[in-house]
Ligand binder design. Structure first.
Ligand code: FE
Length: 230
């Protein structure tokens, strides 16, 4: 991949990623936000790209996806995990499946635990971790079939086994951080590092007592329907 952009939604603190191949002009968006549909479509047009795929890391509870809108405006194929409950997705992917977009190869890694349908996308030396592994943190596990013990195994046995220099791009950040590496997270992650035990992680995650995401009642049903409300 030789075109790469990290885009940000300042309202939900969501990162959307644009990946494209400069030769075939085929592009992929990961986790696009409905309110920023025009921004993303304009950028794709200005860079002279054709949107081939819209990938979701999971069914989000904090913002509505633009996947359905993008599909109807561009003919892009929408992709979500077969375990995500996103039944409207054109293509439902499973662990170790590869998507080919021009010269970009995207390996699907099943990384459940934040939700039971979370996947990460591993592309070259980058991994897009959704809300499984965040920078110095990990996604909450208290709704949508989340499980701290499942997330522990996803992070330790899938993500932390990638090369240390792999760049980590999460779906959100609230501290102004934009990118990390697997090696950095194994050393400095505050919730789960290379030596954290499963029971330490489970106890920590079960004691967080976080408020519900503001948009969960509207965002979740909409996202299970590719962002179409009602
Ligand atoms: Fe999430």
């Amino acid at each position: 991949m030789d075109i790469f952009r990290q885009l940000f939604d300042s309202e939900s603190h969501t990162y959307t990623y644009l990946l494209a191949d400069s030769l075939s002009r085929q592009a992929v968006l990961i986790d696009p936000v409905l309110e920023l549909l025009d921004r993303d479509l304009t950028l794709i047009q200005q860079l002279d790209l054709v949107l081939s795929y819209v990938l979701e890391t999971h069914a989000h509870a904090d913002h509505v996806t633009s996947a359905g809108e993008l599909r109807s405006r561009t003919n892009a194929v929408t992709v979500a995990s077969s375990a995500s409950g996103v039944s409207c997705a054109d293509q439902k992917v499973v662990d170790q499946q590869t998507l080919h977009v021009g010269n970009i190869n995207i390996l699907v890694l099943s990384t459940p635990g934040h939700t039971n349908g979370c996947v990460s996308y591993y592309v070259g030396n980058r991994v897009f971790t959704g809300d499984a592994l965040c920078i110095r943190s990990a996604g909450r596990t208290d709704f949508q079939g989340g499980s701290p013990s499942v997330l522990y195994h996803s992070i330790r046995e899938k993500l932390y086994r990638l090369p240390d220099e792999t760049l980590v791009y999460p779906a959100h950040d609230y501290q102004g951080m934009t990118v990390s590496t697997i090696g950095e997270e194994k050393r400095f992650n505050r919730r789960i590092n290379a030596t954290t035990t499963e029971s330490e992680f489970v106890n920590l995650m079960n004691s967080l007592n976080l408020p519900e995401p503001k948009k969960i009642m509207t965002a979740l049903p909409a996202n299970l329907n590719c962002g179409k409300v009602g």
